[in-house]
Design a protein around this ligand. Structure first.
Ligand code: C2E
Ligand code: CA
Ligand code: CA
Ligand code: CA
Length: 277
């Protein structure tokens, strides 16, 4: 009946306004949190699957709000992107990450650090300038820094995107395509854009033991990426079986809870010490 419908719509409106209220609450909290530097950059180990040796790590943001608790990046990154706060957040990631890398290479000279950059950041020239400044100041080897860009941005204008990626590459940093397999881009397109590394999305890796099609897809992505000269990182390795399987598939590097969860800097140092002594 008519009244039934309007009641449903009221519930629907209510749910919507709760969602947008939380978004508003979070975006103003986010602004404050950036000013107060309430974020930490956790580090998740990546290892060479063939040798078992440490390759490096990926930096992942963590935000703990005193009242709202731990807010996952999948929730606050989109809010930062839509409220224009993402650039300051990414600056903070670059600063924290590269300062960690400085300390890490002193003990582990070949250590590679990967950082996530939002598609929204790419057009922001200041960010690239900031990256160059930090690399110079800290005297880092740019080829040991990987910038991860998610597949969803590659849908944008190819020539425009290629120019920006070339600017990044001219600094000497490496580029990774994150979440590969979740969008619609072909490997040929990716190789034209000049990526160095391909990250197979965890949705294919997490349940690889029970999904024959994910096994086929993962193996095919890895082979194709190699034939185009890209190195391959598999993320979301949660068990020893999938670790061994991805090793057999020839994936170069692996990352996942089976190896380690993302760790605070001090804990990452301890982890590194433990696995290399
Ligand atoms: P992502 O870049 O694809 O990062 C991988 C996500 O998978 C991380 O979630 C990581 O904790 C999780 N993960 C790693 N191994 C496993 C595993 O074995 N099993 C499962 N189930 N999950 C695993 P997290 O830290 O919650 O980050 C979520 C997303 O938020 C990231 O996905 C990335 O898109 C975004 N993000 C995180 N930190 C940053 C950042 O500093 N800047 C930007 N722009 N985005 C970030
Ligand atoms: Ca990533
Ligand atoms: Ca990913
Ligand atoms: Ca993701």
């Amino acid at each position: 009946t008519k009244s039934d419908h309007s009641e449903r719509w009221q519930i629907f409106d209510l749910a919507n306004s709760v969602v947008s209220e939380r978004r508003m609450q979070l975006s103003s909290a986010l602004k404050e949190a950036i000013e107060n530097d309430s974020f930490s950059l956790y580090l998740q180990p990546q290892i060479n699957l063939a040798t078992g040796k440490v390759y490096g790590c990926e930096g992942l943001l963590r935000w703990f709000h005193p009242k709202l608790g731990q807010i996952p990046p999948d929730e606050f990154i989109p809010i930062a992107e839509s409220s224009g706060l993402i650039h300051s957040l990414t600056e903070l990631v670059l600063e924290k990450g590269l300062n960690y890398q400085k300390q890490l290479v002193e003990q582990y000279p070949g250590h590679v650090l990967s950082l996530n950059i939002s598609g929204k950041d790419l057009a922001k020239k200041e960010l690239l300038v900031h990256l160059i400044t930090l690399v110079n100041q800290l005297n880092l080897n740019p080829s040991q820094i990987v910038i991860e860009i998610t597949e969803s941005v590659t849908i944008a204008n190819e020539i425009y995107l290629k120019n920006i990626l070339d600017d990044y590459r001219s600094v000497g940093v490496k580029l990774a395509l994150d979440d590969f397999g979740t969008g619609y881009s072909s490997l040929a397109y990716l190789s034209r854009l000049g990526f160095d590394e391909l990250k197979i999305d965890k949705q294919f890796v997490m349940d690889i033991e029970t999904s024959k099609s994910n096994q086929t897809i993962t193996k095919a992505m890895s082979d194709l990426a190699h034939s185009l000269g890209l190195r391959v990182v598999a993320e979301g390795i949660e068990s020893e079986q999938s670790y061994t399987r991805l090793q057999h598939y020839g994936c170069d590097y692996g990352q996942g809870y089976f190896i380690s969860k993302p760790l605070a800097f001090e804990d990452y140092l301890k982890w590194l010490y433990k696995v290399s002594h």
